[in-house]
Write a protein that binds this ligand. Structure first.
Ligand code: 13P
Ligand code: SF4
Length: 373
């Protein structure tokens, strides 16, 4: 995680109203040169200032489409700002308002561990292995996949990307989220016995050679600390409270939770499902609490609540707040860039290869989802 120096004292003293007014004034001053992007898991006090909202990939693509912008302020987490830097032109500066807004899942797969895992697997397994990384990963991991005939995927297109990967080689190394990998491979008709968990903290990933050779999928031992909080008891409890409830979960939830859900889908899919649902319908949603609360507020004619009684909050997303946003805008208005996120050019090139493979294979089949703003 990067270090975010404390903000000057005055930012602590601004009221909520002061912050809104000052951010709006700075946005007007900087004009078209600035685009603010807000991930769906951001709090409402940040989202209200976003020019665009979306999931991680959609926001990076929006960043890449901005022809007039010099500055993209990414209200999300570090890997998203890296993806935006990878996909935007060299003259666009990508800014993360709080440098400590990392992602615990992305941190679970570091490039040295991945290089070691690759050596272990390729030493013992004769078939071609295709590495597939969820976009929730570092630029270095994306670049590795680009260099080794692999690709990126999102929660919205993981199925298509895995299908493609299996046509390229007999086996897939999927990282960093074991749950997205398992749920997707299972959805494609593969038995759980075809999947093994590769633990980067154990010698040889904790696998014996026979198991390594017989498996089709190597699922990296990583997870999302937010979606892992949903338990298989949650759907049972919500159904006991309301027999008409539809359980809708993100595929970063465990396989056991997904098996008990009525619907599973990406962040954009969840938004679309609630948007398209009839008035009076009832939903219990297994994803980050800010998005669930926003959907509840936007659809007062539907019953929308969290699948869990536990507060499933992404604490690193929550580090981005109006104070840090204003701090970056104040600097831009004074022609200073703070908190710029840059990816090394060579790493960028290989990471683009991984992202482009994903887009080439999945783009024609994607349908746009409604946005919150
Ligand atoms: P998406 O934004 O790709 O839906 O991923 C969910 C998530 O966990 C973001 O960090
Ligand atoms: Fe990372 Fe999970 Fe937070 Fe997304 S919700 S940024 S995957 S910890």
């Amino acid at each position: 995680m990067l270090f975010q120096p404390p903000l000057p004292r005055r930012y602590e003293d601004y009221s909520r109203g002061d912050l809104v007014e000052r951010i709006q004034r700075r946005k007007a001053e900087i004009g078209d040169r600035l685009v603010i992007l807000g991930h769906h898991y951001q709090e409402d006090d940040v989202i209200r200032h976003a020019d665009f909202t979306g999931d991680s990939l959609k926001l990076s693509q929006i960043a890449a489409d901005q022809k007039n912008a010099d500055f993209v302020v990414f209200c999300g987490v570090h890997f998203m700002a890296e993806s935006a830097d990878i996909l935007t032109g060299d003259d666009v500066k990508v800014i993360l308002p709080d440098l400590s807004a990392g992602c615990s899942m992305a941190d679970m797969a570091d490039i040295d561990q991945l290089e070691e895992a690759w050596d272990v697997l390729t030493e013992h397994v004769d078939d071609t292995i295709i590495p597939i990384t969820y976009v929730n990963s570092t630029a270095a991991v994306k670049a590795f996949c680009g260099r080794h005939r692999g690709a990126c995927c999102t929660s919205g297109n993981a199925k298509l990307v895995l299908e493609w990967a299996l046509t390229q080689g007999g086996k897939v190394l999927f990282l960093p989220d074991q749950h997205l990998g398992r749920n997707t491979a299972y959805d494609l008709g593969h038995a759980l016995e075809e999947m093994v968990v590769y633990d980067p903290h154990k010698r040889d990933g904790g696998l014996d050679v026979e198991r390594m050779r017989s498996a089709t999928f190597y699922l990296w031992k990583g997870h999302c600390s937010v979606h892992q909080l949903f338990t298989p008891d949650d759907p049972d409890e919500r159904r006991r409270e309301d027999s008409d409830v539809s359980i809708l979960v993100h595929p970063e939830c465990s396989w056991e939770v997904v098996q008990k859900a009525d619907h599973v889908g990406s962040t954009e899919h969840i938004i679309r499902a609630v948007h398209d649902a009839p008035a009076g319908s009832s939903w219990a949603i297994g994803t980050e609490i800010h998005l669930v609360n926003r959907l509840a507020n936007e659809h007062p004619d539907k019953m929308v609540r969290s699948l869990s009684r536990v507060q499933c909050l992404c604490t690193t997303m929550y580090r981005i707040d109006p104070k840090h946003l204003l701090h970056t805008l104040d600097a831009l208005a004074e022609n200073r860039v703070v908190n710029q996120i840059t990816v090394d050019p060579e790493m960028k090139r290989d990471a683009v290869t991984a992202l482009d493979r994903m887009l080439a294979y999945t783009a024609p089949r994607r349908a746009p989802a409604p946005t919150a703003t």
